[in-house]
Each structure stands twice: as structure tokens, then as C-alpha cells.
Design a protein around this ligand. Sequence first.
Ligand code: ZN
Length: 93
Amino acid sequence: MQKELAVSISDLRYVCIECPSCRTKVVLDMREKSGFAKKHTIFTPKRCLGCETPYDTAIQPNIDGFQRAYQALPIADRISFRGEPVAIVPLDS
Ligand SMILES: [Zn+2]
């Protein structure tokens, strides 16, 4: 028996970033802007809040972009991620 994992973007409320140096985990709420996001006008911190080590430079712009997609309702509830391909309408037909 196969289990299919299907997750809608609108179900993914929290993003977690783990620091590779000190393992501090930062959890960001994509639905409610944090005090940090309101103050700095960026959603994702650029460095670890525990040890100040800068994150990989790809993290901040990409997670910010994902958060914008999340906020762009009503599309977020129509897009889902799946663990297996679902052939409903082949893209290349
Ligand atoms: Zn750290």
C-alpha cells in the first residue's frame, strides 16, 4: 500500500530555519507578520538569532518569495505539493 503525501500551500503556515552552527531553530509564521518582519520589512532574518552567524545568502530572498506566494490568496489554497506525481492532465500533451 502506498501512502500519498499531499500538502496545500495554505496548510504550510510555519517555516523553520535551523542554524548550521549552533542548531538554533527559528520558526516563522507566514500568516501573521512577526515584530521582526514589521520592523525590518523583510520576512526572513539574514542571520541566526542565536549566534549571529549569517545564513546562506539564498535563504532570505527565497523564503521571502515563498511567503509572498503564501500571502497571495486565493492561489495558495489551489496549489499543493505531493510526494508522488499525479497524472491528471499530462503537461506535455
Ligand atoms: Zn546560530
